[in-house]
Design a binder for this molecule. Structure first.
Ligand code: SF4
Length: 227
C-alpha cells in the first residue's frame, strides 16, 4: 500500500526537498477525520522521545524528495484527503511550503504535530491536529503553550493518556488554558498502558466535553508501518 521513498541523488536533493519516511494510502485512524480514506505523508525526524512513541521508525532514515515529486506520488492515489505526519513534521522547514503546495493542489489537508514547535506559519487552510504532552509521555516540558493562542475551531487538540494521573493532569490543563473553548479536544489511551473502556468511563462519569478516540488503524491492522 505504501509508495517506496526514493533515495537521494545529486539531482534530486533540492532546496525544497524533504526527508520522507513513507507515503501511503490508508484509513485515517484519529481526529474528526477518522474513517476517511487518506494519503499520509510521514516526514522523517523528531526532536522528542515520548515514552510510548509508536513511530520510532520515523526518527531516522527515509528518502529525500522534492515537493513536486511528493505531490506526484500523492496524486497517484486519487484521494482528496491528505495528512502530513511524522515524526514531527514541523522539524523540517520545508514542511510549510509542502503544506501550501498541497492546499494549492486542492487537497483537504491536516497536519499532525507534537505541539513542541511553532505552529504560527502554517497555511490557515490546514487543519492542525496538535498534541499536548501529558506527564506519562516524559515530554511535558516540551509543550509550547503559546501555540494554544493560535488554534481555531478548524484545529483539534489531542491528549494521549497513559494513566489516571495523566487524565487528571489533562483535565486541569483543559481548565487552566480554556482548551474546551478553543477547539475540539480529543482524549486517547496509550495502548497497553490505560484500558480504553476505563478512560471512556471516566469521561462519561466526569461529563467531559471531549471526544474519546481509539486509533482505528491499529484496530484494523495493528501497529504496522504503512498503515
Ligand atoms: S512527538 Fe510523536 S513521533 Fe515524536 S516521539 Fe512523540 S509520539 Fe513519537
Amino acid at each position: 500500500m505504501s509508495v517506496a521513498t526514493t533515495q537521494p541523488t545529486a539531482s534530486s536533493v533540492r532546496s525544497d526537498a524533504l526527508r520522507v519516511t513513507e507515503i501511503f494510502h490508508s484509513i485515517q485512524g484519529e481526529s474528526s477525520r477518522v474513517g476517511l480514506p487518506t494519503v499520509f505523508i510521514r516526514l522523517t525526524g523528531c526532536p522528542l522521545r515520548c515514552t510510548w512513541c509508536d513511530t520510532e521508525y520515523a526518527f531516522h532514515g527515509g528518502g529525500t524528495i522534492p515537493i513536486d515529486a511528493i505531490l506526484a506520488q500523492v496524486a497517484e492515489f486519487h484521494c482528496t484527503t491528505v495528512c502530513v505526519t511524522g515524526g514531527e513534521p514541523l522539524a523540517q522547514k520545508n514542511c510549510l511550503p509542502l503544506l501550501v503546495a498541497l492546499c494549492e493542489a486542492g487537497y483537504s489537508v491536516s497536519l499532525e504535530t507534537s505541539g513542541a514547535l511553532d505552529i504560527g506559519g502554517i497555511d490557515p487552510r490546514v487543519s492542525r491536529i496538535m498534541d499536548i504532552k501529558a506527564p506519562g509521555s516524559g515530554e511535558t516540558t516540551k509543550n509550547r503553550w503559546e501555540n494554544l493562542d493560535l488554534l481555531t475551531a478548524h484545529d483539534e487538540l489531542k491528549l494521549v493518556l497513559a494513566s489516571r494521573e495523566d487524565y487528571e493532569w489533562a483535565i486541569t490543563a483543559c481548565h487552566q488554558h480554556r482548551l474546551f473553548e478553543r477547539c475540539p479536544v480529543l482524549f486517547s489511551p496509550v495502548q497497553g498502558q490505560l484500558e480504553a473502556g476505563q478512560l471512556a468511563q471516566w469521561i462519561i462519569d466526569d461529563k467531559l466535553p471531549v471526544r474519546f478516540q481509539l486509533q482505528l488503524h491499529k484496530v484494523l491492522w495493528g501497529n504496522t508501518p504503512g498503515r
